[in-house]
Every structure is written in C-alpha cells, then in structure tokens.
Design a protein around this ligand. Structure first.
Ligand code: ZN
Length: 499
C-alpha cells in the first residue's frame, strides 16, 4: 500500500514538474513579446538565425499562397503553424541581384550587382558582415555557381562557405546547429532543385545526366537524345564566346584559353569526335545542353499551351519532391526543438510558364516576383500577415529580431518586426522590382496596384501597364487608361526614388 502511495506521489510530482516547466516556457515567450512590444526590446536576443532560400519558388504555386495544387503540404503546414507573409515580393528578377538584395537590404540599382561581372562594393552594408561584427559566426551552404559568386559578392563576413550540390548536404549544418550550445550562429541554406528543366537533380550538369532523359522524350516535345548534332555544334560555337565574356556557366572554360580555342576553332567533324572520345571536352559541352534545350523549347514548343501546362506540372512535381526532402524536414524539426533559433524560409524569384509570354524567370509579373516568406520565431504565435513585404526587408528584420542596432537609412527595406508584433497592421509602402541594375524596366506596387514602367535611353520613365492586383491577381486587365490618378501617384513615387 505504502509503495503504491509513493508511486502515486512520484507520478503526481512528475506531472507537476512538466506543468511548471511548460508554464515557465509560456511566461518566457510572453515576457519576450511583452518586452518587445512595450520597450522595443528584441524578440529573440542573440538567437541563432537560419535563413533558407529555396531558389525559384513561386508563391503562386503553393497552396498556402492560393495555389491550386497541394504542392507543398509540409512547408504549408509549417507556414500555417507560424508566421506567413502573404504578400511578399522579390526586388529583382533573377538569382544574383535578388540574393544580393536579401543580404544588403538594397535594390539592385543601389547595390550595383546586376550581372556576374559586377562586384559588391565593400562600403555597402552586408548582412553576414553586420552579424559577424556583432559576434555571430556565419555559415553558408550553397552551390559553387556564378550566380552566388564567392569572389565578387560573398567574399566577406562569412566564417565558412560549404559548397554543396545536393540538399542532403544541409545535414552537416543541421547537425552543427543541433550540437551548437552557444547562440549567435547564422546559417544560410540554399538549393537550386526547382530550376529548369525540373529534373531529378539540381545542378545543370546533373540535370543533363542519363537519369533525366524522361524530360527530353519525344512525347514531351524536347529533343530525344544527347547526340552531337550539327545544330548543337553551331549553337555551342556561337554562344561560347559570349558566355566566356559574360563569365557564365563554366569557370574551367573561362580559365582555359586552349579549351576555348578548341571550342571555337574546331570543325563540326573534329569537335564531334572529341565529344565522343575526350571526357574533358564531353563534360564541357554537356553544360551547354541546358541552354540548347531551352532554346529549342522556346522556339518550337513554348507557343503550345499544352506543352507549357506539362512543363508547369513538372515544376509542381519538383516543388512536391523538395517539400518531402529529409533535410528540409529535419531542419524544421531541429529548429522547432530549439528555443533560441529563428527560421526564415523564402526564395529569390518565382517561375513562369508563358502566362505573360516568358518562360522560367524573365518578366516582372507576379508568377516571377511573388515569393514566399515564412518565419518561425520562438514564442510567437501563428499569424498571416497581409502587409506587403519584400526581399530588402529581410536583412533589417533579422538584425531587429536578434537585437543588433542599425540605422534605418542603411537599408531601403524596413524591419518587419512591428507587423510581427501586431503593432502595425498596414503602413503605406511602395515596393520596387527592377529588371536590371540601372533600374529599367521596373515595377512599383502598393497593396492594391502595380505599375509597369520602362525608361528608353535618355528619356524619363514611361508607364505602360497598370493592374489592380487585389481584384486581378493574374495581371490580365491593363487598366492604365482608366485609372490616371493611381498612375500619377505611383509615378510620383518613381520620380522620388530615381531622381
Ligand atoms: Zn534563382
């Protein structure tokens, strides 16, 4: 009888301890939030920050952003349990300038990195450097690629860059995060799994491997094999010189003049022999299949809407595959198990399938510019924030959340903390998305309207399309002639920004 009483008391004590610990945690979170709200204290002082870029993820294809297919059950479950910014936009149209905007809080016309030949000026604030100066250790997990150049952009503020080719290589960073008992670590995880041709592997070379042949079967409309045809020969020899000048695709090609010479001076027959016999040449040429197939697709098949639908479904399938990736699920699980770590998931741009006459990511329509922004902040309840947000808001938000002071004029973006705390619901804000570093063409948007402008050489900006994106999210009805007041108001903001 006595033993039973002791067991009963022990169980009761255990339950009490569990209850008290959960109460302590709740108080802790409540305390953080209260202090942040009342005294502008950071929400997660000195916390670890994990920033994830799922490259080429169009928000419109995700069910939690209104997409019609269940492409990302895990990601959207995570978003539903945490913070989702439902109106998030990229400030640029492709990987390089867009990521630089994330890390500098500046538009590409201000940070100046618009092609792989540009260098990020040392005087420009750079998130990893700012974190490092505040005592953070910074770790990057990304592919070694001209669009993420370690020599021209990511050359400072980073303790270690880990080059990866597969998402499962994130696991090393996740283990590090899990075992790291000290706070103040910043991790950037990037993956390219979603880019064209939506094949099973992420890098361009692997995308051209034997495993991915199904993408190019005749039924799909692509060229059926990798034979060295005359047409491909003409394509490679014509495009290689401009690519070398542009610094694109293959660093080995750029640094090996002899190789460039072989490509540009060999006849079709001799290059064909080399393609089949010499591994080095074969590998070099392989990296051009991507562009070649894309060109063929664009020229011959892109006008066929059935083909584009099939291509879009391949993309959706890739999102679904990425959503199931063990490394992504592990990362979410590990972060949620820690009370001192913030997780931010976003992208650099979306993807389009001829909705507005362009493929992959080329235009400034929302298929390409609307991206996800999902955050986990310890102790902050789930919410869907409607205020418009943008890539250049990410850097100031991170600094604000972990309590690193900064001058707001350093960034063109703003910290999103007051929206997260519910202190502001909506504030007047204009989002610019630029096509090139010099700022032309561009779009400006507020919560309801989006204006497209172009600046012909030596002329001022000329508006040419206006959409009410809240009633016409597909940007199908150009209302530029029926809303002159809106056009004039947005034009004024453009002048203010660029003159
Ligand atoms: Zn990208």
């Amino acid at each position: 009888m006595k033993t039973r009483i002791i067991i009963f008391v022990e169980i009761a004590l255990l339950i009490l301890v569990v209850c008290i610990s959960s109460l302590v945690f709740d108080f802790e979170s409540l305390g953080n939030r209260l202090l942040a709200t009342m005294f502008n204290r950071p929400l997660c002082k000195d916390c670890n920050v994990v920033l994830v870029s799922l490259d080429t993820l169009s928000a419109n294809r995700l069910p939690c952003y209104g997409g019609s297919h269940n492409t990302a059950p895990n990601l959207c479950k995570f978003a539903g349990e945490n913070i989702l910014f439902s109106n998030m936009y990229a400030n640029s149209w492709y990987t390089l300038p867009s990521h630089v905007s994330i890390f500098t809080g500046l538009l590409s016309s201000s940070h100046g990195v618009s092609s792989s030949s540009s260098t990020l000026n040392k005087s420009i604030p750079f998130l990893p450097t700012l974190l490092q100066n505040a005592g953070y250790k910074t770790y990057f997990y990304m592919e070694n690629h001209p669009n993420l150049p370690t020599d021209k952009v990511y050359y400072r503020g980073i303790n270690k860059v880990n080059f990866i080719v597969r998402i499962n290589e994130w696991e090393t960073g996740i283990e590090q995060l899990l075992s790291d008992k000290t706070k103040k670590s910043f991790f950037f995880f990037h993956i390219w799994d979603l880019s064209f041709p939506y094949a099973k592997s992420s890098s361009i070379k692997r995308a051209m491997s034997e495993n991915d042949k199904e993408m190019f079967e005749p039924g799909f409309g692509f060229v059926p094999n990798y034979e060295f045809t005359k047409d491909f020969y003409l394509y490679v020899t014509k495009s290689i010189q401009s690519d070398v000048a542009y610094g694109y695709f293959d660093k080995e090609i750029q640094t090996n003049p002899q190789l460039v010479n072989i490509f540009t001076s060999s006849s079709y027959e001799s290059l064909k022999d080399k393609y089949y016999q010499e591994e080095e040449i074969h590998n070099m040429i392989s990296s051009y299949w991507y562009k070649y197939y894309f060109k063929i697709y664009e020229e011959k098949y892109a006008s066929n809407s059935a083909n584009n639908k099939l291509l879009a479904s391949k993309y959706d399938e890739k999102i679904f595959e990425l959503d199931q990736e063990r490394a992504l699920l592990d990362l979410i699980k590990v972060v949620k198990g820690k009370k001192d770590t913030i997780l931010i998931i976003t992208s650099d741009h979306g993807e389009e399938f001829m909705e507005h006459g362009a493929l992959t990511h080329a235009s400034l329509y929302d298929q390409n510019t609307k991206i996800p922004l999902i955050m986990y902040i310890p102790g902050i309840e789930k919410q869907n924030i409607k205020q418009i947000a943008q890539s250049i808001d990410i850097a100031p938000t991170i600094l604000d959340l972990v309590g690193i002071p900064f001058e707001s004029k350093m960034f063109q973006g703003e910290s999103l903390m007051s929206y997260i705390l519910g202190k502001s619901k909506f504030s007047k804000k204009y989002i610019f998305t630029e096509k090139r570093g010099d700022g032309l063409p561009l779009t400006i948007r507020d919560l309801n309207y989006k204006l497209f402008l172009i600046r012909p050489p030596n002329l001022k900006y000329v508006p040419y399309e206006l959409y009410n994106t809240s009633t016409d999210p597909g940007e199908k009805r150009n209302i530029i002639y029926s809303e002159p007041d809106v056009v004039s108001l947005l034009e004024k903001q453009v002048k203010k920004m660029y003159q």
